[in-house]
Design a protein around this ligand. Structure first.
Ligand SMILES: [Zn+2]
Length: 279
């Protein structure tokens, strides 16, 4: 799934290419693509795109009368669409501009979870789906993260992935942040204290900045196998920090990658999720 760096770099690319382009129409290709009834997309017809921003993993297409929030979910992409074919492959919705290419939302697979929300500018943060998001990952300070850890005792990896608590990180960055911070993915957030929170804030910044630096060199969004990672997608390989073998453990439907030497004092985590890890 595209995470903060991929979505942020894509927003920057789209702003550069499309700002000032006048919206001619918004065309839902599948009946599930547009998730909202009000405001109607046609309120933005004739308006230029101001810019493309980001909140969590949402792209925000800002027009003066309407903000379109686009979520790519697992297999979605917002592609520059030169051809505008009548039946685009995996097509979900299309933004057509007065001239130049369109923007095509595609989603591979059958899940049909990617989509577009039309929102009233100025009320985005108070409206679903953005009202469910926690603070931006990069906005946490050691103090605010320590307070959030204290309020939400849970496994660190689960906390980092929970968009209600901290917005923008996904599986890759949760794995990478735990490794960078040299903390177990199963560490209990409440037990990390102010020092642990400060370490996690530093790790978030380091991992996001590395991802962003890579993503900004690309002409389009990367797939997860391309992204810089020390442990994610590297199970069985050597840890670049200590040379130990990267391992994986299943945790509530996810596969978590970690380095025992760097993160768990050499301990191999078991594939069950009983509460003993919380002690
Ligand atoms: Zn290591």
């Amino acid at each position: 799934m595209p995470e903060l760096p991929e979505v942020q770099a894509h927003a920057e690319r789209l702003t550069e290419q499309f700002h000032g382009s006048v919206l001619a129409k918004f065309v839902p290709i599948t009946f599930t693509a547009l998730k909202t009834a009000v405001p109607q997309p046609n309120a933005a017809y004739g308006s230029p795109l101001v810019d493309v921003g980001r909140r969590g993993k949402y792209l925000l297409l800002h027009f003066e009368p309407v903000t379109f929030a686009v979520h790519l979910m697992q297999g979605g992409r917002l592609l520059v669409d030169d051809k505008q074919s009548a039946k685009p492959r995996n097509g979900q919705a299309r933004f057509v501009f007065d001239d130049g290419p369109a923007l095509l939302l595609t989603e591979a697979g059958k899940e049909r979870r990617a989509g577009v929300w039309a929102l009233i500018p100025g009320t985005e943060e108070a409206t679903a789906p953005l009202n469910r998001l926690g603070p931006e990952a990069l906005d946490f300070t050691p103090e605010t993260l320590a307070a959030a850890f204290e309020a939400h005792p849970m496994r660190l990896h689960g906390f980092l992935r929970d968009q209600h608590l901290i917005a923008g990180l996904g599986r890759l960055l949760a794995n990478e942040v735990c490794h960078r911070a040299k903390l177990s993915p199963f560490a209990n957030t409440r037990k990390l204290g102010p020092e642990g929170a400060a370490t996690v804030v530093d790790a978030i910044h380091a991992c996001v900045e590395e991802g962003l630096a890579y993503e900004r060199t690309r002409p389009d969004m990367s797939s997860s196998a391309d992204r810089p990672a020390a442990v994610h997608g590297r199970v069985g390989e050597k840890c670049p920090v200590c040379g130990d073998t990267i391992r994986s453990v299943s945790y509530s439907g996810y596969t978590v990658a970690y380095c025992p030497t760097c993160q768990t004092g050499g301990k191999v985590l078991a594939d069950n999720t009983t509460s003993k890890f919380l002690k």
